[in-house]
Design a protein around this ligand. Structure first.
Ligand SMILES: [Zn+2]
Length: 307
């Protein structure tokens, strides 16, 4: 039997990413599947179990799985996800029965924030915000050295801070939410509305130098993030904002216009640093691995090197 490992699974709206991770943070192997959202929640659950089974190994001591939506950590029940279409899925118990080891179920954004605080730029930063930008936009609030969860565990929902009072309708029912302009899905949807062409956010950022519509929706996204971050900065005075999630793969093309949009809204005080996560789109996966190791009774990660 080799060195102990954990299975880390990050369930997103488009793909389910699984990795087998040892206690030094090294990826032993990976297995991904597309998320079969169109086939219904039972198919999504089956695909998650398939990914975990594919990674099963005698060295596995725990499983960590992170999902979007409302998650009940204490019972391992995924209560609700609009993107995945499920309600009250006992995912922790299902995976524990499959794998025969402890399972940690966590919220994907909280997991990404935990990874940023353990391994990434937010390590040892007392006042910061980790913004995860993917299919949606959400953040992890760190104030005075503590992760702020809020009264009903909803702190950090910066994606639903309204930035345009009479703006576009958000899937949440409000108008003008940050997420309606700045999520990868919103950028793609708004570009389609302008041009009738379907491009991913990644293709849009690449096209923006030569394509005015691409430049417009990208700029609108940066402005929306800048406005939301200005409100956050005025309330909580962070020293750092970390941009994480799939859209952060755009690097400086995201960081620089967000920095500018934020600075433009802060006339009398300095802006906090705005940086791209070194974990890139893998923050959720790293978080799943850290929570899995915790479920196995080990606090690891402090000396992990990222690769
Ligand atoms: Zn909203």
């Amino acid at each position: 039997m080799g060195v102990p490992t954990v299975i880390a699974v990050d369930v997103g709206g488009t793909s389910i990413k699984g990795t087998l991770v040892d206690d030094s943070g090294a990826t032993v192997r990976g297995h991904d599947l597309p998320t079969p959202v169109a086939d219904g929640p039972a198919a999504v659950v089956a695909a998650i179990r398939d990914v975990a089974r594919e990674l099963a190994d005698p060295t596995v001591v725990a499983v960590g799985v992170v999902v979007p939506g409302v998650v009940e950590v204490s019972t391992g029940i995924a209560r609700y996800s609009a993107n995945l279409g499920w309600r009250d899925v006992p995912l922790g118990a299902l995976l524990a029965a499959d794998a025969g080891v402890p399972v940690a179920l966590e919220h994907d954004v909280r997991a990404a924030g935990h990874a940023e605080r353990t391994l990434g730029l937010a390590r040892d930063v007392a006042d910061c915000l980790v913004v995860v930008i993917g299919t949606g936009v959400a953040g992890v609030v760190v104030a005075g050295g503590a992760h702020v969860r809020g009264a009903i565990d909803l702190a950090g929902e910066i994606g639903h801070v309204p930035v345009h009072p009479d703006g576009e309708l958000c899937a949440c029912g409000q108008r003008g939410c940050t997420e309606t302009y700045a999520s990868a899905a919103a950028i793609s949807r708004r570009y389609h509305a302008l041009t009738d062409r379907r491009l991913s956010a990644e293709e849009i950022v690449a096209a923006r130098a030569a394509d005015p519509a691409a430049a417009q929706v990208w700029d609108d996204a940066a402005v929306a993030l800048g406005l939301a971050l200005a409100s956050y900065t005025m309330l909580l005075d962070p020293s750092l904002v970390v941009l994480a999630g799939g859209l952060s793969a755009a690097g400086a093309a995201l960081r620089d216009p967000v920095r500018d949009a934020l600075a433009a809204r802060l006339a009398w005080r300095p802006a906090p640093a705005v940086e791209i996560s070194p974990l890139a789109g893998r923050a959720g996966q790293y978080g799943a691995a850290l929570f899995a190791w915790r479920a196995a009774g080990r606090e690891v990660g402090a000396n992990w090197t990222l690769g």
